[in-house]
Design a protein around this ligand. Sequence first.
Ligand SMILES: C[S@@+](CC[C@H](N)C(=O)[O-])C[C@H]1O[C@@H](n2cnc3c(N)ncnc32)[C@H](O)[C@@H]1O
Length: 249
Amino acid sequence: MSDERFTDFGFERVPRADKRRRVRAVFDSVAANYDLMNDLMSAGAHRLWKHFTLTLANLRPGQRALDVAGGTGDLALGLARQVGARGRVVLADINAAMLARGRDRLLDAGFVDNVACVLADAERLPFAAGSFDCITIGFGLRNVTDKAAALAAMHRALKPGGQLLVLEFSQPRLPGLKPLYDAYSFRVLPWLGRKVAHDEASYRYLAESIRMHPDPETLLKMLVAAGLEGCRYHNLAGGIVAVHRGYRA
Ligand SMILES: C[S@@+](CC[C@H](N)C(=O)[O-])C[C@H]1O[C@@H](n2cnc3c(N)ncnc32)[C@H](O)[C@@H]1O
């Protein structure tokens, strides 16, 4: 088999056709504890990173937004608040267990008519070209097998002038932060996964998948290659997380 037929699943090399199934198994396993684990693992900081992303989105009432790989719906909830009753938000995810939790949270928060939940692969979004004013993907892109295809699909689904926001783990920039971050990722995260979620392997995958994700400059070039314009990124938490932004011309 040629190299192109393999991709990374954490630090493992797996046949490209297998990655989607392996990622699905991870999120089937973590769905029940996902929100609790997010708070524990980041000491609540993921809420600030999502708040910052939503501040960049800055949608007006009546606009349309899509949250790709939206999972339990944190970003979709914030987007729904911004666009209000006259707007529309679609929460899309490839995993039925994660999507069901997101749908329940949106319903519990009172969003019924202006939100929809769609089981969809980021690489093949089932929306007409030019459908959305804003598309977000939060901590989802690194799990996607063909990231270029996903970026192209999101670019296509944006309206002209619409913006894509990619919130994702990145690489620590602050001097001295990397060894601490590595120790935390490879020792504490799998331990927390074992103790709280009874699933060490999924949290080891989390730490490994972050290391395999493109660095912020490479990701910026990927946004440009997908046709996005005005691309730039913000480092958060000393570079542990980055938000990339680009527009459809
Ligand atoms: C770490 S969770 C992030 C959930 C949510 N966006 C957040 O920030 O809390 C990653 C999500 O990406 C979804 N996912 C993975 N691969 C995907 C794909 N190819 N297309 C769509 N969603 C995908 C998973 O099912 C999971 O819900």
